[in-house]
Design a protein around this ligand. Structure first.
Ligand code: FE2
Length: 250
């Protein structure tokens, strides 16, 4: 039974464990941890604190969106799940922030996060956005997973959106933005910025969660060389991740 809506682990075979001795936050997968039965009761989520609702909501958005990108339309069932997940979070996350006890909105968020996001991750993989977010969460154990993803999202997607413009423009359209031929892939960035502003977290400060600039080299090394980013359909370098962190620094 889940009391939040974000991870999607209610419907997938992933688990995340933090090793506090090595500052690693690693996931692993096994058929043995695929749930036989999950109870998802949105009534239990009506009392979720505002910040956790936002962090979990963005985690759900990114699970669906990243799997949509990684999939590249190979699995049409995944396209259905992930596209509906992205569309649903974009529509209901701002609403659930302003009316936290609205059961219909909570139900839609739970559907997008706990069912569609879980199915999407069961069928394909997230991207290096999540690897970077998990590395930050491992280094700084007071940095919630969703907040770490939010902190680097704008810079990350400005960097990668033109590398797979079709998929990123489609994601933007699912969230209500229009594509612009002069800026390929940027529709998703526009949609993301709007959602970050609507939920009040565009200026989220990673420094308030203990992040130190002097750790950036170690964070990039762990992201690229130790955990690894070969899940991506594009190729980012250590310099790219350093630039993303520098631009995200607040
Ligand atoms: Fe996540």
């Amino acid at each position: 039974m889940t009391t939040t809506c974000g991870t999607g682990t209610e419907c997938d075979q992933y688990c995340v464990i933090t090793n506090q001795d090595t500052n690693e936050k690693l996931d692993f997968t096994s058929e043995a941890i695929f749930p036989t039965l999950s109870i998802i009761d949105p009534e239990l989520m009506c009392s979720l604190p505002r910040t956790l609702t936002i962090y979990q909501g963005f985690d759900a958005l990114f699970h669906n969106a990243e799997c949509y990108v990684t999939n590249g339309h190979r699995n049409r069932m995944l396209d259905l799940y992930a596209a509906d997940g992205v569309r649903t979070v974009a529509r209901y996350l701002p609403y659930v922030i302003s009316v936290p006890g609205d059961l219909e909105a909570r139900t839609n968020m739970a559907y997008a996060a706990d069912i569609l996001g879980g199915y999407s991750m069961a069928l394909d993989s997230v991207t290096s956005h999540h690897i970077l977010g998990q590395t930050l969460g491992g280094f700084y154990n007071k940095f919630p997973h969703g907040a770490a993803l939010i902190a680097v999202a704008e810079a990350y997607y400005k960097k990668v959106c033109s590398l797979l413009p079709q998929e990123f423009d489609e994601l933007g359209e699912l969230m209500g933005e229009q594509r612009n031929a002069d800026k390929p892939g940027y529709a998703y960035v526009k949609a993301l910025i709007r959602l970050l502003e609507e939920t009040g977290v565009r200026e989220l400060k990673m420094s308030e969660f203990g992040v130190r600039k002097e750790d950036f080299v170690k964070i990039v090394d762990m992201t690229v060389n130790q955990v690894g980013i070969n899940i991506d359909r594009y190729k980012l370098t250590e310099a790219d991740f350093m630039e993303i962190l520098e631009q995200s620094w607040r």
